[in-house]
Design a protein around this ligand. Structure first.
Ligand SMILES: [Zn+2]
Length: 395
């Protein structure tokens, strides 16, 4: 028996690597050491871009005759926070009371440890694979996500790689293993609205133009009415105003400008283009309303700047992939998982452009927290689910 068949050992080795994003921390080397003896060809491309740290990634493939299954994930972890507050040191992989402690235990070195163990067990039982398996692992998921999965997919595609299906090992279960498979994700879009006014004396408002009045009208138009009621697989689109800034220390001065920043999580009613158009439309209409601006005939003077890159919304329709994973989860846990699109974005948003993708991993309750930890029993259960999935996928 090779040691990689044991997910608990695999995870302990991975947790011991301090791979706080963007540091490799030995985590990819450790994974390479697990995969090479299993017949995987391992490559570790480093990607760079001005203004962001260089990041090392890993692509490993073992080829066989048949479909190509990708397992995707990340070995980088978020910072430990207050190290003194941890019950056991964050890179110690200490086990207490049936739980293994460590940064990345569930997000998501645990998922990688289990998938590697599942592949090792499958190969041990069956010999050759009835298809190909690849690991697409980045060190840039918790960071800026510039030199990670997006570039790694392009890089692999340029070498001629194609995939039939992908599974991402992020922690998808809210409470118990088997609760939830993610079959899509909402999109995310952020912007900042700045209203320009004319500074002046608060006692002589007719000589000035208060940008706060304009901003309040514009923000109101973003909040009401609701964008939609939600769709079959998605929650309703939601906009949150995340900050409003005027920065005016004086009580008797009308300020010159005011800004508000918002983030929208949107469903498949929209694309980022149609939603951007909707936002522009709402702001243009509201800027002409003279509500709150007595005596003003000119529209509110505003500008809108989109922040970061939008994340696209997506929904996976592949029935074979979803059905096979659902059946595997049910066979091992006895529970039928909910198919969900809730939560934040993940690297699945890049993979969906190459092949159908679903996400299933550990229980996410302690991710990013002090004392991140995983039930040791869950590691064995998840390994069995993945092993069953691999067998059925290639059957
Ligand atoms: Zn993660």
């Amino acid at each position: 028996m090779t040691s990689s068949t044991d997910p608990v050992k695999n995870l302990a080795q991975l947790i011991a690597c301090p791979s706080v994003t963007p540091a490799e921390g030995g985590a990819l080397t450790t994974l390479e050491t697990m995969l090479s003896p299993l017949g995987f060809t391992v490559e570790r491309p480093i990607f760079s871009e001005d203004g962001t740290p260089d990041v090392e990634n890993l692509y490993a493939r073992r080829s066989g005759n048949g479909p190509h299954l990708m397992f995707a994930g990340h070995t980088d972890v978020v910072p430990v926070g207050d190290e003194a507050a941890w019950t056991y040191p964050p890179f110690s992989a200490a086990i207490y009371n049936g739980e293994m402690y460590g940064r990345g235990a569930v997000d998501m070195k645990g998922g990688i440890a289990c998938f590697a163990a599942a592949v090792a067990r499958h190969i041990e039982k069956n010999g050759a694979l009835k298809g190909s398996i690849s690991f697409l692992i980045t060190g840039d998921e918790e960071g800026p996500s510039i030199n990670g999965s997006g570039k790694l997919l392009e890089w692999a595609k340029a070498k001629g790689e194609t995939w039939d299906a992908a599974i991402v090992g992020e922690p998808t279960n809210p409470d118990k293993l088997g609760d939830m498979i993610k079959i899509g994700r909402r999109g995310s879009l952020s912007g900042t609205v700045t209203v320009h006014g004319i500074q002046g004396h608060a006692a002589y408002p007719h000589l000035a133009e208060n940008p706060v009045r304009g901003l309040v009208t514009l923000v109101d138009s973003l909040l009401y009415p609701a964008f939609d009621k939600g769709t079959k697989h998605f929650q309703a689109t939601n906009l949150e105003v995340t900050t409003v800034d005027v920065g005016n220390p004086a009580v008797n001065v009308i300020p010159a400008k005011a800004t508000a920043t918002f983030n929208i999580r949107f469903n498949d009613t929209w694309t980022d283009e149609t939603l951007m158009a909707e936002i522009h439309n709402r702001l243009d209409k509201a800027s002409g309303r003279r509500k709150l601006r007595p005596g003003r005939k000119t529209p509110v003077n505003y500008e809108l700047v989109w922040r970061d890159r939008p994340s696209h919304v997506f929904l996976t329709h592949d029935e074979k992939l979803i059905g096979t994973l659902t059946a595997s989860v049910e066979a091992i846990t006895g529970k039928r998982p909910q198919l969900s699109t809730s939560g934040g974005t993940s690297d699945a948003r890049y993979i969906k452009d190459y092949c159908p993708v679903v996400e299933f991993g550990l229980v996410g309750q302690t991710m990013h927290m002090v004392d991140e930890r995983v039930a040791v029993a869950d590691l064995e259960t998840l390994t069995q689910i993945y092993e069953r999935f691999i067998a059925d996928f290639f059957a």
